[in-house]
Design a protein around this ligand. Structure first.
Ligand code: SF4
Length: 375
């Protein structure tokens, strides 16, 4: 039996690599092709129970059912925006909640998944950053978000073409689970997100960048937001550790595949990082790095310290980059009516729990509310 299969902690079927699944199946005296059948039911047909896997022998299904726990998270909330953006607040077995967002476009559908519950990096413009860190997600919890959301999206006649690890958390502080999940997402005979269809987004954990190329070879996105240390130190406090110069050096050394670019995420914040001077400094920073810049006008959330810039300012910023030959895309702020900014739904839930705890302490037990209505 594999290491994974002999662990005393519960074994989740979506936490198994192909090799570990084959070993598990063999250790039960089944033929190796049963592992391929199981893989296919999970990742091609997106089955949500062992019972539904009708061409597997009944005894095998029964053993799976008795041995392995359910693999999908529970939907705590679901919201659909007027612009088609969908958001799930998913509850994990220990009660932690994470967010998964589907952003449909004309040609594609992008799924934004979480890799941690909460985040320790405390970026000042990010709602998740205000909530602190709870724990790393496991491989099966990362894969489970994709299986659940893809199944729901496809059942509604839409599609998921891309996955971005850009939701809650810093993926490169959870490398083992993130890389294991990435390999499952990219498996050509399963979910089959090719290396151009999967993007790992980091705030810039510089020592781990080469591992992204080595372990997954998928797209790399870096949250930049400013190329001035005094500004980025506030927006992305991790910058105090590596600095802009360190980030540029790491990007120049990153082993990009042919015809690939580093994606730079740049949230435009009114009066903070959206001036012509900021744009020109950004051009200097990018010199010599094959790049694509995603400009995202800030999506305000209640209590945030920042504002969205005027559209005219955002367009001017983009134009300066384009004039300098940079690929710069101005993104829509999507799903504003369903609190789609990263961490907002979870924040509302935590806020309600904190209010509930306070109220219990004060003796107002009768106003406990378990279900949160997001306004
Ligand atoms: S922007 Fe990303 S890295 Fe920064 S606090 Fe939010 S989730 Fe964490």
């Amino acid at each position: 039996m594999s290491d994974a299969a002999s662990q005393s902690t519960p074994l989740y079927v979506t936490g198994l690599s192909r090799e570990a699944m084959t070993q598990l199946v063999l250790s039960w005296g089944e033929k190796p092709y049963r592992a391929q059948q199981l893989w296919s039911w999970l990742y091609v047909r997106l089955a949500n129970s062992f019972e539904a896997m009708s061409d597997l022998p009944k005894g095998f299904r029964q053993r799976l059912q008795e041995t392995l726990p359910p693999w999908l998270p529970t939907i705590r909330e679901y919201h659909r925006s007027a612009d088609g953006t969908e958001k799930w607040l998913l509850q994990l077995e220990d009660g932690q909640v994470v967010e998964t967002v589907h952003i449909p476009d004309e040609e594609r559908g992008t799924l934004c998944i979480s890799t941690q519950a909460g985040c320790a990096l405390a970026c000042s413009f990010c709602h998740t950053g205000r909530q602190g860190f709870a724990r790393n997600l496991t491989c099966h919890e990362i894969v489970g978000q994709v299986v659940l959301a893809r199944s729901a999206v496809e059942a509604a006649g839409r599609k998921v073409t891309n996955v971005v690890m850009m939701g809650m958390g810093e993926p490169l502080y959870n490398c083992e689970a993130v890389f294991a999940a990435g390999r499952i997402l990219m498996d050509a005979n399963g979910l089959a997100f090719g290396s151009r269809k999967l993007t790992l987004s980091t705030a810039g954990v510089i020592p781990r960048l080469p591992e992204v190329a080595r372990e997954l070879g998928c797209n790399l996105a870096i949250s930049l937001h400013s190329v001035r240390d005094e500004v980025r130190n506030v927006l992305v406090p991790l910058n105090r550790k590596y600095g802009i110069a360190g980030l540029r050096k790491a990007a120049l050394a990153y082993p990009l595949k042919a015809n690939r670019r580093i994606f730079w995420e740049y949230v435009l914040l009114k009066g903070v990082n959206d001036s012509a001077r900021d744009a020109r400094e950004l051009i200097g920073f990018l010199h010599g790095i094959p790049s694509k810049v995603n400009l995202i006008p800030f999506n305000p959330w209640p209590g945030s310290d920042y504002q969205q810039p005027e559209m005219e300012t955002a367009l001017h910023f983009q134009e300066i980059l384009r004039q300098a030959g940079q690929v710069a895309i101005l993104r829509d702020s999507r799903g504003g009516d369903i609190a789609a900014a990263c961490g907002q739904l979870r924040g509302a839930l935590l806020g309600a729990k904190q209010r509930r705890d306070f109220n219990l302490q004060e003796g107002f037990q009768d106003i406990v509310q378990e279900t949160v209505q997001v306004e």
